[in-house]
Design a protein around this ligand. Structure first.
Ligand SMILES: Cc1ncc(COP(=O)(O)O)c(C=O)c1O
Length: 344
């Protein structure tokens, strides 16, 4: 029998029981659809407690939509979005950002998944030239696709550069909870206080059944977002069931406890991996993912029992993710199997 839990993705985990309970308790009677209901109002109030009263927040079904629609709100089709080569918006969204915004994405090589001001400055050209797309957004991911985190000063430097050059900062926060937990920041300190303009706030990877939020730190940027969301086919009629999930996550520190746990499990996994000489951890483990180089022939053998994704085929690097429900025993059992397969 295959093990109950694997390390393929934090999206492969189930729903946190407290989130499921919240869905069940909202499953009473009829309420008005499309967000005009008490539950949605209350969830928005929770967001405002975390991020400040003067924000706007909109719920959507998934992370790709949060990113695409957030970028859409910031751009015209002749604009460009500067991002990293491994950015989810560039590699894993099937061209949806380009399709829906019409913008060109300018991917920059980013060791360890992070943009730097130097790299952005080098890509910032053609300004005012009618033949060139006009850079409008610096798009960063926190925690990054490679399991690393931007330090606060690194984000601040990017925001300062963006704002000095009439650009915005968009943050793909599919794993913002993991990053904030790892850095000991509040959600606000990890985002708004560093100059981020629009945030895709991730819920699903941190224990929701499904739901993400687009958070605007400048209300003016959200002026037409109701229409953008509806045209983007992301307006949920039974909105209450997305809203209550967020309320459960943001209440009683569930967001940070779950994220801390996933991060702690990743560090434990890293320690165990480092004991096996045939394996090499390739990026700093700063959130809930561990990227490992291993003998190529072992990959398929391990995958026979544990499904996971190969991150880089040529380099024989794989990605192992931990979730809110990963246990130390899961890791011990996994490592025992890996060790046997690599002959350690
Ligand atoms: C960095 C990042 N951003 C966004 C997403 C959201 O994707 P989805 O549209 O599958 O919810 C993911 C999910 O894998 C991700 O890893």
């Amino acid at each position: 029998m295959k093990p109950e839990r694997s390390f393929a993705s934090d999206n492969n985990a189930g729903v946190h029981p407290a989130v499921l309970d919240a869905i069940v308790s909202a499953n009473r009677g009829h309420v008005v659809g499309y967000g005009d209901d008490f539950y949605t109002e209350s969830a928005i109030a929770s967001f405002r407690q975390h991020f400040g009263n003067d924000i706007e927040v909109f719920f959507v079904f998934n992370g790709t939509a949060a990113n695409v629609l957030g970028l859409k709100a910031l751009t015209q089709s002749y604009h460009a979005v500067i991002c990293t080569e491994p950015a989810h918006i560039y590699t894993d969204e099937c061209g949806a950002p380009e399709r829906f915004t019409g913008c060109k994405l300018i991917p920059l090589s980013a060791p360890q998944g992070k943009l730097t001001v130097e790299a952005v400055r080098a890509a910032y050209h053609g300004i005012g030239d009618q033949h060139h797309v006009q850079p409008r957004v610096i798009a960063i991911t926190q925690a990054t696709e490679m399991g690393t985190t931007y330090k606060p000063a690194e984000i601040r430097a990017l925001s300062d550069f963006a704002h000095a050059h009439e650009m915005f900062v968009h943050m793909d926060g599919a794993r913002i909870a993991n990053a904030a937990a790892a850095l000991g920041q509040s959600l606000r300190q990890a985002t708004r206080d560093l100059g981020v303009d629009v945030l895709s706030f991730g819920g699903t990877k941190n224990g929701l059944m499904g739901g993400e939020a687009v958070v605007f730190f400048d209300k003016k940027l959200a002026e037409n977002f109701l229409y953008v969301r509806k045209q983007g086919m992301q307006l949920a009629s039974k909105m209450r069931f997305i809203a209550v999930q967020f309320e459960a996550l943001l209440k009683d520190n569930l967001w940070v406890e779950s994220a801390r746990h996933a991060n702690r499990m990743a560090r434990f996994l890293e320690e165990e991996v480092r004991r096996i000489p045939q394996l090499k951890v390739v990026y700093p483990v700063e959130a809930n993912g561990v990227f490992v180089k291993l003998p190529h022939e072992a990959i398929a053998k391990i995958q026979n029992r544990y499904f996971f994704y190969v991150w880089n085929e040529e380099q024989s690097v794989v990605r192992w993710m931990c979730s809110f429900d990963t246990t130390e025993d899961d890791i011990r059992e996994f490592i025992k199997f890996v060790r046997a397969e690599v002959g350690g």
